[in-house]
Design a protein around this ligand. Structure first.
Ligand code: PLP
Length: 382
């Protein structure tokens, strides 16, 4: 296979199937699963993940923006639904309306402009009203709802109320417990006001990955699940909590591996510096190999002199600074050749470097690290 790149991202189909089973074991059968594929499917690739998730029975996808929605649209089946949770660009308004894409409504002005578009195109908008319940990021607070209700009454024939939703400000940490309880109370109160006004939403939804584990009572009709789909924990605390409660026998499995190969091997004499500057001094004679991956592809510069990779089942150290397109590893006592596989994330023999280990070393969240993986790296499903 020609990969046309210096590294490759492998996506493990079995791990994904396992994670879907895990998720479904935590929610009721009637609760719809919306797979969150924002951030290029958390770095895994929208193009690759959408068909795989559909094969596993997912038919609802959440993205952040209209431009992600357009990518997802290319790869989804006819009966799948796409929901935009954030930005609809001015240029994309027509496309969103014409293709009946679902989207969050979180302010009057954007909603009005989309209503105008719907009337022009003789279409109905598929809206999810987002409520501001305490995160103070997006959505209608209690006061603004009056204005929204007026608008909804005036435009009754131009929208389907697909959902009413909110987002919790940090379900992955118990320090936010009180705030989330308050958010839920505000949510319930506002949902009641919708019924008093005569509006009934098809679905209520509030929960993300951490939500379904820490607050299953708030799952409602649909859950928006990102990080655990890919086999990663939203936080250490949730992982610990889950392992104590063990609500299912299943465990998460990481979907993504990232591999490259050695392109050169050099002998360095004791007393020489390695790489740019003076951050690494060879204290003995040593053998150094170069790997054609750098911060330009998402291998953080903070891994300079601290990162680890796997070659031939052995854990090896990154030496010197990480460059834009390259980093160096010490291979003194290992029998390696040019062309040998270097595992940056994933399993090699008995050793594994998981995303969170890699993330801890580079002081990045799982979420952050994954979305920084360069889009041009080929993603292949195995
Ligand atoms: C990202 C996001 C999610 C999914 O969060 P995970 O922690 O990855 O499950 C759900 N809802 C909203 C509004 C989001 O932005």
């Amino acid at each position: 296979m020609i990969i046309n790149h210096s590294s490759i991202i492998e996506l493990n189909r079995e791990a994904l199937a396992n994670n879907l089973k895990f998720i479904r074991s935590l929610i009721k059968e009637k609760t719809q699963l919306s797979s969150v594929i924002k951030g290029n499917a958390y770095g895994h690739g929208i193009k690759q993940m959408v068909p795989e998730l559909e094969r596993l029975g997912v038919n609802h996808f959440s993205v952040f923006s209209s431009f992600e929605a357009k990518i997802a649209y290319q790869y989804t089946e006819k009966n799948s639904t796409i929901m935009i949770m954030g930005d609809i660009t001015v240029e994309d308004k027509k496309w969103v309306v014409r293709n009946e894409i679902e989207f969050f409504v979180y302010n009057i002005k954007t909603f009005q402009s989309l209503l105008a578009e719907a009337k022009k195109l003789n279409k109905k908008l598929n809206i999810h009203v987002e409520l501001e319940t305490g995160m103070n990021r997006h959505g209608f607070d209690e006061e603004e709802l009056n204005h929204l209700f007026k608008l909804l009454h005036e435009n009754k024939n131009h929208f389907n109320l697909k959902g009413i939703c909110t987002h919790f400000a940090g379900a992955e940490s118990s320090t936010n417990y009180k705030r989330i309880q308050e958010q839920h109370q505000r949510f319930s109160k506002s949902v009641e006001r919708f019924s008093k006004e005569g509006f009934k939403a098809e679905k209520l939804h509030t929960s993300c990955s951490a939500g379904i584990m820490a607050y299953p009572e708030f799952n409602y009709d649909m859950v928006r699940i990102g990080i655990i789909t890919y086999g990663l924990w939203p936080s250490k605390e949730i992982q610990l909590m889950y392992n104590v409660q063990k609500k299912t026998e299943l465990d998460l499995q990481s979907v993504l591996s990232w591999r490259s190969s050695i392109i050169d091997i050099k002998n360095v004499k004791a007393g020489e510096f390695v790489g740019y500057g003076t951050s690494f001094l060879a204290e003995t004679d040593m053998k150094i190999a170069s790997v054609p991956v750098g911060y330009g592809y998402g291998f953080s510069r903070s891994l300079s002199n601290t990162g680890r990779v796997l070659v031939k089942g052995k854990r090896l150290s990154v030496v010197g600074t990480v460059n834009m397109n390259m980093f160096l590893i010490e291979v003194t006592n290992v029998n390696v050749e040019v062309g040998d596989t270097v595992t940056i994330i994933g399993k090699d023999g008995k050793q594994t470097i998981n995303v969170s280990y890699f993330g801890n070393l580079s002081e990045q969240l799982n979420y952050e690290l994954l979305t920084r993986l360069d889009k041009s790296i080929p993603r292949v499903v195995i």
